[in-house]
Design a protein around this ligand. Sequence first.
Ligand code: NAD
Length: 502
Amino acid sequence: SVQALHKTMQIGLDGARRDAAHFINGEFTQGTTGKSWENRSPLDNSLIGRVPEGGRAEIDAAVTAAQAALDGPWGALTVGQRTDLLAAVADEITNRFDDFLAAECLDTGKPYGLASHIDIPRGAANFKMFADTVKNISTETFLLEQGGGRSALNYGLRRPKGVIAVISPWNLPLLLMTWKVGPALACGNTVVVKPSEETPLTATLLGEVMNKVGVPRGVYNVVHGLGPQSAGEFLTQHPGVNGITFTGETRTGEAIMRQAALGVRQVSFELGGKNPALVFADCDLDAAVEGTLRSAFSNCGQVCLGTERIYVERTIFDAFVARLKAGAEALKLGRPEDPATNLGPLVSQDHRDKVLSYYRLALEEGATLVTGGRVPDMPGELANGAWIAPTIWTGLKDDARVVNEEIFGPCCHIRPFDTEEEAVRLANSTPYGLAAAVWTQNLSRAHRVAARMEVGICWVNSWFLRDLRTAFGGAKQSGIGREGGLHSLEFYTELSNVCIQL
Ligand code: NAD
C-alpha cells in the first residue's frame, strides 16, 4: 500500500510524508519561493508529500554551483577518477535498490515487477556504461601532406561542453534522467536537472547517492518546478547553461527550442511518437502477439517507444485481433507490490482525463471498440486512483485523430493491409518518426522493410530490446540528435581540432 511504501523510503527530508527537496550545491533545500504543490499517488490519490517550486533564484544558485564545480574539484579530476566515482554512483543506486524502487513506484504507481527489471537497474547501468565508454575512446588524427617535405598533424580533442540543463519526463523518471546525467557527467560536464513535476522523488534521492559516494558539490543539482513561467523555462533560458537535453512532448520541444535560441545553445531532443507495428502473415504469430501486448500496454502505455498503430496483413487480421484482445483482457491491474500485477494506473488524474478524451473521440470518429474503452472498477481506496482499461479499436479511417495523435495510454488501433508497399506507406504516414516494430519470418522482407521505416529505431521480431551502445533518437518530429554509446559524446562534448605545422 502507499502507507507501506512511505515507510520503506528514507528520502531527503525527515517526516512521515515524503516531501521532495531541491538539491543545490550538495545540499537539500526547500528554496525561497514559498510555493509548493502536492504530490499525490496515482494509485488512490493519497498525499505522498509536497514538492517545492523553484524560481529564478534556485535556478541561478544551481547554475552558479554547477559552474563553480567545473572550475573547481570536478574539473580537476582525471578521467579515471571521474569514472570511478560514476561507477560508485551505480553501485550505490544498487545498494539502495529498495529505496529507489519505492520512490519510483510511489510517484508513478507502476508495478514493482516492471520497475525492478527496467527502471532501477537501467538507472544504475546508465552511469556504469557511459563511464566505461569514455575510458575507451580515441579521437581522429589526420596527417596533411603539403608537398615539398612539409606536413601538418591534425588531432581532435574532446572537452566537456559545460553546464548541461536536463529536462526529463515522468514515464520512466530515473531511467530517462540518468540516460542524460550519466553521459553528461562521464564527459566531465556538470548538470542542473528539472525533473517532471509528476515524479520528483528519484531525482531527489539521487542527490543523497552523490553525496554518499563523494561526487563534489555542484556537479549534480536538482531544481523542482513546472515548465512555462517556472523552473523549466528559467533553466533553459539561463545564460550560464551551455547545452539543453530534453525528453518529452514534441510541442514542449518547440517551446524549449525557442528558449534555447537565446545565446544559440545546442539542444538534444527525444520527443513524442505514434509508433507503428507491421505484422506480416509470415510472422511467428505467438511472438508477434506477445511482443505487441508489451509494446502497446507496458507501463500502462506510457512508453515513448510504445505501439499505438498496428497494421496486420489481412489474412491473419481476425486471428491477430482476437488474440490481442484475449491478451489485453488477461492483463491484471493492481498495486505495485502485488506480483500478479501487470498494469498500474496512469501517472495522474489529469493524464487520465486526456486519455479518456481520446477514448471518447475514438467512438465519435467511428471506431469499433474491441475491448476496454472505460474506467475499470477498482476495489476500496483504489477507486480514487487514475486507473484505465487497456483498449483496442479497429475500423478507424487513416485520417482519424486517434490514429494520428500520440495518446500515451494503454490503447492501440489495428487496421488490415494487403501488400508490403501499403504497409510501409501507412507506417510512414505520420510527422513522427521514433520507433517501429516489424514482425516477419522472411529475412529479405525484414531487411527491406526495416530500411524503409522513417524512424530512429526499428525492431524486427522484438520490441524494447536495447543495447545501450547503439544510437537512440527520433527521426522527423520525434527528435534532434542521437544519444547512446559514442553518439552521446557528440552532444556532451565540444570537439576541437588541433593543427600543428610540422
Ligand atoms: P512534457 O513535454 O509535458 O514534459 C517534459 C518536461 O518538460 C517536464 O519536466 C516539464 O516540466 C518540462 N517542461 C514543460 N514545458 C516546459 C518549458 N516551456 N520549458 C522547459 N521545460 C518545460 O512531457 P511528459 O508529459 O512529461 O512526457 C511524455 C512525453 O514524453 C510523450 O510525448 C513521450 O512520447 C515523450 N517521451 C519521449 C521519449 C523519447 O525518448 N523520445 C521518452 C519518453 C517520453
